[in-house]
Structures are given as C-alpha cells and as structure tokens.
Design a protein around this ligand. Structure first.
Ligand SMILES: NCCCC=O
Length: 477
C-alpha cells in the first residue's frame, strides 16, 4: 500500500472516511498504485452536508465584498503555491508538466478572480412601481447547499469551474472529485480552508456509489456535474425525486468544418493541437473533422503530419504534447474504437498504444468514415481525430448537427458570411471561427441536446448558482 492518502475535507478539517476505508489511486504513466484515497460512504456524506448546511447562513448572508475578498485570497494562494499544485496535478493525471503549467495553471487563479468580481456585480430588473401603489424589486439569492461531482480530465480546473461561481454567489458546497484523480481537489480544498469559514467548502473522495449518494442526498438544493451523458441522465433522474436543480456539463463530439478556402497548413496545425491537447480527453476536443472535397486528401495528409509532431510521452519530457489516457478502461475504449474501424475507413497515422506500460496512445487520424459509424456518433475522448469528406455547406451542416451532442464546434474558412451562416445554424453551445478550444473566464461554456444544460464560467454561470425572489410592497398612493 502506498504511503500517501488523500483525505476528505469536512467542516474545515482533513479527515479519514468514517469507516477508515481507502481505495487505490493509480499513476496512469505506469498503471501502478501510487497513493490511497478515502472511500466515503453515507456517514461521510451526511457529515459533509451537515457542515455545509450549518455554514450556509453565515456564508449566504456574508456581504459580496467579504465573499469576493475570500476568493481573491484563494486566487493569490494558488499563485503562491502554483508549482506544488501543478506537480500534484501532473502526478495524478500524467499531464506534461511544463505545458500544464503554461496552459492550465493560469486559469486556476484567473477563474477565482473573475468570480470574485462577479460576486459584487449581481444584476436584476430595476426596482419600480409595476403596479400602482406598489413597489417591486428582485432579490438574487444563493440557492443553498450545492452538491457537485467533477471529472478526471482537468481535475483542478473543473473543480474551480464548479466551486468558484457557487461560492461567489453565497452557496456552500460538498464536492466529490473523480475517484481516479482526487489529488488536486483535496489539496485545493485544504488551501481554501484558510480563507473560508468551516463547512463552506467540503470535499469527499470516493467512487460511483459515493457520487450517487451525494446526488441523492436530501440536503442539497442543487446538483452540478461534469461527466458523461449517462452520468448526467442518472443525476437528472435522481434529482427529479425531490426536484433539485440540476446543472449538467456532459459529453461532446465537436464538428470541425474545414472549407476549401481555408489555409490548410495553419488549419491542420490548429486542429491537431485542439484534437490532441490533454490526449483528446476534453469534451470540446477538435475530434470530428469535416473537410470539403477539393482539399480533402491534402488536408488529411497535413493533419496526419501535424499530429505526428505532437507526441505523447512522459510528463517531464519537454517534447511531450500530451500524456497518457486516464485509466485502463479509457485505454480499452479508445483502442476499441480504432480496432473496430470499418473496412471503408483507414488509418492515416497512429492507431496503436505507445510504450509497454501506462495508458499512452499514439496521435491518431482516421479517414473515410461515414456518418452512421460509431467512430462518428460516439465520443472517443482520446487522441483520435476522424476526417469525413463533404461536398457543400448544406451537407457539412447536416452532418455536423447529426449527433446527440451539442457542446462545441468550429468553422474554418476565409469567407466571413459563410462563417456567420454556419455559426447561426450549428446546434452547439460554442462556435469557434478559424480556431478551436480556447476559453476565457468571461464567456459561457455549456451545451445543448445531450451535452446537458446550464453554463460554466461567465456571468451566466454565476447566475445559475442564484435564485430570484420577487418582493412587492404596498406603498400607498
Ligand atoms: N476545454 C475545456 C473542456 C472542459 C471539459 O472537458
């Protein structure tokens, strides 16, 4: 058994699970156990929710300024300890150390700073006399205790996407990180305790059963998850039993539509970068490329070449563009998708595991797939990009929208009017034009259809963690 144990954070303290049970945490670069984490059960979840409930009145009634100041201090603490946080995140996930420091860590503090500002800028309808002799106004209030479940692809950032708006709005939180990546979540929760009253932010580690119990518990008024479509449906169903609010950021299958006037070299480089970043384990990954017939063959070759220049490897290797897949099941899922390639399709590059241990998979480009193939319809969530050939705008649009998902998309063209037409008709919560994957704290992230509902980031995400109350007063003539 490994020495290190990731503990729960409940009511301001680091604690073992009530049962004392733990489970193994695996290093995905080796497939070997490197730590343990608390396996939380009903008693732990009861304790965490009781702490969050008790803390709610104080935190919910704290002034926006006080909440904002606490979040700013957390942002500063993250900046002061960023090397340590980055090292913990990379050990837990196998992400490349320098790239993660450059591409992910700056957002960790920036999101807190943004929501610290948002806490002081609640918006609502103007107070006024909407009925004679009566004044109405709107109070925007925190919802209460919120239960949150976060995924393994960006453990730190996805936790911050969830907790920063919730805390800024005055809610208290019980969060469960993915069972495979508890490290940075427990560290961040520990860091936050210096700046938050006890019970405001609680983290319980555990597996799917822990997550199910967290969602089904009677205390939270809202549950928010980032996860698979299946998990989202289970959460929505469980939450329906007592009408909790639900906030779901689920899967994606982003279409990347490349028209024949696009700059082939820069599009191929940008799309490979956005398809392979984080081993393609990103719900917005540039994974489903649609290329106009006139440049199709040239583009497949350019994309394959660009992908070969973005290798997988060990976290400390500076040449590494992305690390391993998160776990053995995910490796089997990704490999299976490629191994089951239909005869009409082919592999332009990659298509195999790399190294004889860990969960590494080569950068892979598949071409010749048809719209009904599982590789087109089902989320792969790995370093695999598919390419389909389309004839015209109408066909590109029809294929782009013909999936169950609706999270993100991109269009690559020099024709501004075409880009505008496409962005109107693409049925996705985000449309990038001549780029793919960047995000900012100020803009909303969230999908349509089976990608879920509710927004992360932005003022919209902040409002999702508030409720609206109408107050009307008789004022006389
Ligand atoms: N690019 C950020 C995606 C968040 C979920 O996977």
């Amino acid at each position: 058994m490994a020495d290190q144990t990731f503990k729960n954070v409940i009511n301001g303290e680091l604690v073992d699970s009530a049962s004392g049970e733990t489970y193994d945490v695996i290093d995905p670069t080796t497939g070997e156990v490197y730590a343990q984490a608390a396996r939380s059960g009903d008693e732990d979840i009861d304790r965490a929710y009781a702490a969050a409930d008790a803390a709610f009145e104080g935190w919910g009634y704290a002034t926006p300024q006080d909440r904002s100041n606490a979040l700013l201090k957390i942002a500063q603490a993250i900046e002061e300890r960023v090397e340590e946080i980055n090292a913990v995140e990379c050990k837990d996930t196998g992400k490349p150390v320098q790239l993660t420091m450059d591409e992910e860590m700056p957002y960790a503090s920036d999101h807190f700073k943004f929501f610290a500002g948002a806490a002081r800028l609640l918006e609502g309808k103007a107070a006024g006399e909407y009925m004679a002799d009566h004044t109405s106004w709107v109070r925007r209030e925190p919802i209460g205790v919120v239960g949150q479940v976060t995924p393994w692809n960006y453990p730190l950032l996805m936790m911050i996407w969830k907790i920063a708006p919730a805390l800024a709005a005055g809610n208290t939180v019980v969060l469960k990180p993915s069972d495979t990546t508890p490290a940075s979540s427990t560290l961040l929760a520990e860091i936050c305790q210096e700046f938050l009253p006890p019970g405001v932010l609680n983290v319980v580690c555990g597996d799917r059963d822990t997550g199910r119990a967290l969602v089904a518990h009677k205390t939270p008024q809202m549950v928010a998850i980032t996860g698979s479509v299946r998990a989202g449906m289970q959460v929505a169903e469980a939450a329906s039993h007592d009408l909790k609010r639900v906030h779901l950021e689920l899967g994606g299958k982003a279409p990347v539509v490349v028209f024949d006037d696009a700059d082939i070299a820069s599009a191929a480089e940008g799309i490979a970068g956005a398809g392979l970043f984080n081993a393609g384990q990103d719900c917005t990954a540039a994974t489903r490329v649609l290329v106009q017939a006139g440049i199709h063959d040239e583009f497949v070759a350019a994309l394959a070449e660009a992908a070969q220049g973005m290798p997988t490897g060990l976290p400390d290797d500076e040449a590494t563009y992305y690390g391993p897949l998160n776990n053995a099941n995910q490796l089997a899922h990704v490999s299976g998708m490629v191994d089951r390639l239909p005869d009409h399709a082919s592999i332009a590059t990659g298509g195999a595991r790399k190294f004889d241990r860990g969960y590494f998979y080569e950068p892979t480009v598949l071409s010749g797939l048809q719209q009904t193939d599982e590789q087109i319809q089902t989320e792969i969530f790995g370093p695999v990009m598919t390419v389909q050939k389309f004839d015209d705008e109408a066909q590109a649009l029809a294929w782009a929208n013909d999936v169950q998902y609706g999270l993100s998309s991109s269009v690559w063209t020099k024709d501004h009017a075409r880009a505008m037409r496409m962005s109107r008709k693409l049925d996705f919560g985000a449309v990038w034009i001549n780029t793919h994957i960047p995000f900012v704290s100020e803009m909303p992230h969230g999908g349509f259809k089976h990608s879920g509902y509710g927004k992360d980031l932005s003022g919209y995400g902040f409002e999702d963690y508030t409720r609206i109350k109408h107050v009307m007063s008789f004022i006389g003539e």
